[in-house]
Structure formats: structure tokens, C-alpha cells
Ligand binder design. Structure first.
Ligand SMILES: [Ca+2]
Ligand SMILES: [Ca+2]
Length: 333
């Protein structure tokens, strides 16, 4: 099937089939076509659907599957919304409780805290003027549910410069969450402060750290382990200092200091900033004092006229962070 000449997509069913068609205001041409087991396509049939005014959004829940069951006390529910214009929000509620906002709109997700037994999760979208129909999902919580914890801060993949970090999160159990434990890089588990809302300060090693957390309930059950990674950048960032360029008998000597090893690019420019000569490009250089020589020639090999020139250095560390410095140089002729 396809709508308004867009991409073809597959309908569900064959002898009796159905598919959603995403409409725009005005006339919409919906086309369908069938293929048999010999790979032969039939005739395309078309139908026009007229949509009037600002259209109401339509919400779908795509995961988890309706009618499923699980042992964990929270489910991550996700879905999509279609609207002719922009969307304002998607809201969700569990078992007739208070509505709360999902993350995202056209593609959304939300955590749903479950009870043991049947659970009804509902979702609905708003385009700023009209609400979609409410869509529902049933999940059965099997037995006394195991607690679920998750991180709220920092975001996974964060890079920090300090050697400690405060991690925090939330947790939920169908009966009672008795404790939350955390650890770094497979070290000893530590008990976090709090349960439904928890936090702990952790020591980070240099480089990538895997931080894990899990909950424990009053039925003596451990929940699943959840993880984030946090990178601690090297003790100090790469810095460039003491850049000088001294005229020599032929060209000039460029001297500079690096706080850590890095890839160095050095360029000579005229006073207007126009490139004259590239001395090195991404050359690996060690921490400490380094020097480079310029023979006083431009990239075409000609001796440059006397005057004031600029020397610009850029150093980049392994993470891609870079710093640069610029100095002037007098060329005598
Ligand atoms: Ca709309
Ligand atoms: Ca429980």
C-alpha cells in the first residue's frame, strides 16, 4: 500500500488485509496492490480519502506487545504518533492513575510502574488543539515483581574531569524496595542513599567506567542490573604553552610546550592570515618542550619577503579535544 505517491509498505493480512494510512489535510490518494506466490503483481487499486481541517493525531504503542507478561516491576513502553502538523506532547497513565508525560512525541517512550497481576497502560497525544484517541496495552505482572532501578544522572556516556561523581536514580517495586546498591568497574557493591530516589558518590578510574545499580525488594529478590558508562578524561587536559618563533639564519625556530602528548599541526601565515606554509600536519609529539624549523620558504618553495608573519599551532589529544596558540614572527631580509 502507499499514500500520496510515497513509499510502498506492507499491509497486514492477505485475503483480508488492513493497513494504516497517514493522511494530510485535503485529498489523499491511497493505493494498494497485491503480489501472488509466483511474484506477479496485480492491478493497482486507488481510493481517495478527503481529510478535513486540522487533523487529530493518531497514537500507537509499538512496544512491548499487547497481552504480554513480565516479572519486572517497570516496563519501558514506546510508541509513535502521526499528525498532520506538529505535536505538543504524549501522555501516559497506568491502571487509571495520574497521566504523566512521555519522552519524545512522534517517537516516544515512558516508564510504566506495574503491579502484580493485570495492568492497563494508556497513551494519548496532543497536537496543541486536539487529542488523539487513547490507545491501550495490557501487561500481566507475574508473581511478586522484582524491583527495577534506573539512572537519572549523569546521562550515560558523559565525560567528566573529576575523579568522583555523584550518581542518582529512581527505583520502583510493586511492594517495597528495601535497598539499592551500586558499584563501579565490577568493584564491591555499595548501598546507595535512598530507594525510590537514590544517589551515591563514586570514585572513578581514569578512562571508561562502568557504573551499575540494582534494587532489592522485601521479598528478598534482586532486580536486574542496569549500567551506564562514564569516562574520566586524563588528569589534565592537553594545553599548549610558551609558543615562540625566533628568526634564525635561514628561516625561524618555533618552540612550544605541550602538557601531554598530542597531534600537532603548525602553519605559517602572512599578517592577513593567509596560509603561507604548513610545517607539520597531525604530527605526534610528546609532552614537554618541542621545536619545529621553518626554512623561510612558502608552500611553492620561494623565499618569503621580509616582514611580519604569524605562526599558528594546534594540538589535539586522543579524544579529539584540541587547543591552539598563535605568535608573531619577524622575518629579516
Ligand atoms: Ca493536527
Ligand atoms: Ca516486589
Amino acid at each position: 500500500m502507499r499514500v500520496n505517491g510515497g513509499a510502498w509498505y506492507r499491509a497486514s493480512g492477505t485475503d483480508s488485509w488492513s493497513a494504516w494510512a497517514k493522511l494530510r489535510p485535503g485529498d489523499n490518494v491511497v493505493e494498494a496492490c497485491a503480489c501472488d506466490s509466483a511474484g506477479q503483481w496485480g492491478q493497482i487499486v486507488a481510493s481517495t480519502v478527503v481529510a478535513q481541517g486540522d487533523l487529530r493525531p493518531v497514537t500507537w504503542i509499538t512496544s512491548p506487545l499487547d497481552g504480554g507478561s513480565q516479572r519486572a516491576a517497570s516496563a519501558c513502553v514506546s510508541g509513535t504518533v502521526w499528525d498532520d502538523g506538529s505535536l505538543e506532547k504524549v501522555i501516559v497513565r497506568v491502571n487509571g492513575g495520574a497521566w504523566y508525560r512521555a519522552d519524545g512525541e512522534t517517537a516516544w517512550s515512558a516508564w510504566a510502574d506495574l503491579e502484580s497481576g493485570p495492568n492497563l497502560i494508556e497513551a494519548c497525544a496532543y497536537d496543541g488543539a486536539q487529542w488523539s484517541d487513547i490507545v491501550a496495552l495490557n501487561i500481566t505482572g507475574v508473581g511478586d515483581l522484582v524491583p527495577v532501578v534506573r539512572f537519572t544522572s549523569p546521562a550515560g556516556g558523559t565525560t567528566v574531569a573529576s575523579d568522583t561523581i555523584e550518581v542518582s536514580g529512581v527505583g520502583y517495586d510493586d511492594r517495597a524496595l528495601t535497598k539499592v546498591i551500586v558499584r563501579v568497574n565490577d568493584g564491591a557493591w555499595m548501598r546507595a542513599h535512598g530507594t525510590a530516589s537514590w544517589s551515591e558518590t563514586l570514585q572513578l578510574a581514569e578512562g571508561t567506567n562502568v557504573i551499575q545499580a540494582r534494587g532489592y525488594d522485601n521479598a528478598k529478590q534482586w532486580g536486574p542490573i542496569v549500567s551506564i558508562t562514564v569516562t574520566r578524561s586524563g588528569g589534565y587536559a592537553l594545553a599548549l604553552s610558551s609558543l615562540t618563533a625566533q628568526p634564525g639564519p635561514v628561516g625561524a625556530q618555533v618552540v612550544f610546550a605541550l602538557s601531554a602528548s598530542g597531534a600537532v599541526t603548525a602553519e605559517v601565515m602572512n599578517i592577513a592570515g593567509r596560509p603561507i606554509r604548513t610545517l607539520v600536519t597531525d604530527r605526534a609529539m610528546p609532552a614537554g618542550v618541542n621545536e619545529l624549523w621553518w626554512d623561510g620558504r612558502s608552500s611553492t618553495g620561494l623565499s618569503v619577503p621580509g616582514g611580519t608573519y604569524l605562526v599558528r599551532l594546534t594540538a589535539r589529544d586522543a579524544t579529539g579535544a584540541q587547543c591552539s596558540a598563535i605568535t608573531t614572527l619577524q622575518v629579516m631580509r
